[in-house]
Ligand binder design. Structure first.
Ligand SMILES: C[S@@+](CC[C@H](N)C(=O)[O-])C[C@H]1O[C@@H](n2cnc3c(N)ncnc32)[C@H](O)[C@@H]1O
Length: 131
């Protein structure tokens, strides 16, 4: 992704500071990357600017919070936009919240992938339908 711009939202300023230091090791990537500190639940119209949104596994630690955050993102993201949600299966569910089909109402579920190697997180690929 040589021309893609990345906007990162994290509620924790320290997490963004560390991420910024990592990205700064690649000056060309740094130019295309922004970090904003704040609760994703406070981000509204800005979400409609993105073709693709990645939701980190630990954003929404309980099922109730995760479903609320998924609903918030669905409300504001662009129609036809893609949302990649990290999930878990088996023992990794002790560490990370599991996202199931019934949690992603209003999205088109494109794919769920459960890795069988040493990668911990599963991923669900969703699309907001274009009406
Ligand atoms: C697995 S870490 C990802 C860190 C880093 N932003 C990245 O993408 O590599 C999950 C991050 O989600 C952040 N987070 C949790 N709840 C959030 C929320 N409601 N809004 C924004 N960020 C949140 C935490 O502060 C934590 O840094």
């Amino acid at each position: 992704m040589k021309f893609t711009h990345f906007d990162n939202f994290d509620i924790d300023e320290a997490a963004n500071d560390v991420a910024l230091q990592i990205v700064a090791s690649d000056p060309e990537l740094e130019k295309r990357t922004k970090f904003e500190t704040g609760d994703i639940m406070e981000v509204q119209d800005k979400l409609s600017e993105y073709d693709c949104i990645f939701l980190a596994a630990l954003v929404g630690m309980s099922k109730v919070d995760k479903v609320k955050i998924l609903g918030h993102i669905r409300k504001y993201m662009k129609e036809g936009g893609v949302l990649l949600v990290r999930s878990a299966k088996g023992a990794s569910a002790f560490l990370y919240p599991v996202v199931e089909e019934q949690d992603v109402l209003g999205f088109e579920l494109l794919s769920i992938f459960h890795p069988t190697n040493d990668v911990i997180n599963s991923v669900a690929l969703l699309r907001k339908p274009a009406f």
